[in-house]
Design a protein. Structure first.
Length: 298
């Protein structure tokens, strides 16, 4: 298969994954409205973790190893737990399109964190893109103006937690596989949900509620698998921008299922976030190409 065909297949897989993630969010939003947050978190972790435990086993690796206690792995798990807790709380009370729009700022948050804490070089153009992107976040949640919902701040906590997770992942020893790292994160999420359920006790979900939880697990797991497949099929720089299609699917589901109608500020803010994210990605691609050319000339 030539590179152009591989890229097209990778794009198709990425778009399909984003559609499945949007459907997963729909099920989580429905479940979080009726069930304790701790139960939703526990199910998300407890049913997702075995998939990656089995994947690690097929690689000939054990899940419970000393590497799981590496400081970077523990930091990643902490970010995963904080992000999941905040995300489920946000989905329960904030419009799906708003949650998805703010979540698109994650790549910019990772770039910001890498510059501040990992001392990675970030040029003025990407700094400008970060500023515009987070300006878009402010337009979406509009603090201090009519329409501001304090609950939307949960999404910012989600972005911060996911940024910590992604940055910490870079410091995890290379001999740890993706399946192991994913299993550790989801097991941590399951532990958080279990601890949250202890004070009030477990609640037996009704059949419809159980179906929504099951749907979230299935769509989320398949979506994750498609993302991995997309990244391995096409060039990352070509495939990655199509992650933003998740917002399109979220807006469509929000309108069709939850009767949400995004207003002008939300759409403007989302455009600022996505535009700045695409620009930052293009600048990073150009930087890597320049470095590659310099290395080739030495």
């Amino acid at each position: 298969m030539d590179q152009s065909a591989s890229n097209l297949r990778g794009i198709a897989l990425m778009v399909a994954a984003m559609a499945l993630f949007a459907v997963e969010d729909m099920f989580l939003k429905i479940a979080a409205a009726d069930l304790p947050v701790g139960m939703v978190i526990f199910v998300a972790g407890a049913f997702g973790a075995p998939v990656f435990v089995l994947m690690a086993r097929t690689e000939g690796r054990r899940t419970f190893t000393r590497a799981a206690l590496h400081p970077a792995a523990l930091a990643r798990n902490g970010g995963e737990m904080a992000a999941t807790f905040a995300y489920i709380n946000a989905l329960a009370v904030v419009p799906l399109s708003t949650v998805s729009a703010v979540l698109q700022a994650l790549p910019l948050a990772v770039t910001l964190g890498a510059a501040l804490f990992l001392r990675e070089t970030v040029g003025w153009r990407r700094w400008l893109a970060i500023a515009v992107g987070f300006g878009g976040v402010m337009v979406v949640i509009r603090p201090g103006f009519d329409g501001f919902r304090p609950e939307a701040l949960w999404v910012l906590v989600t972005v911060a937690g996911l940024a910590l997770r992604d940055l910490a992942t870079r410091a995890i020893p290379r001999d740890c596989s993706s399946a192991q790292v994913s299993a550790w994160g989801l097991l941590s999420v399951a532990l958080l949900g279990l601890l949250m359920m202890i004070p009030g006790g477990a609640v037996m979900p009704e059949p419809v509620q159980a179906a929504t939880l099951f749907g979230a697990v299935i769509f989320g797991t398949v979506g994750y698998w498609l993302v991995v497949s997309a990244s391995r099929t096409g060039e990352v720089a070509v495939v990655a921008p199509f992650r933003y299609t998740r917002l399109v699917f979220a807006i469509a589901i929000g309108w069709g299922v939850f009767a949400e109608t995004p207003d002008a500020p939300m759409l403007l803010g989302a455009a600022m976030i996505i535009g700045s994210g695409l620009y930052a990605l293009a600048r990073e691609r150009a930087r890597k190409r320049a470095l590659s050319l310099q290395g080739g000339s030495v």
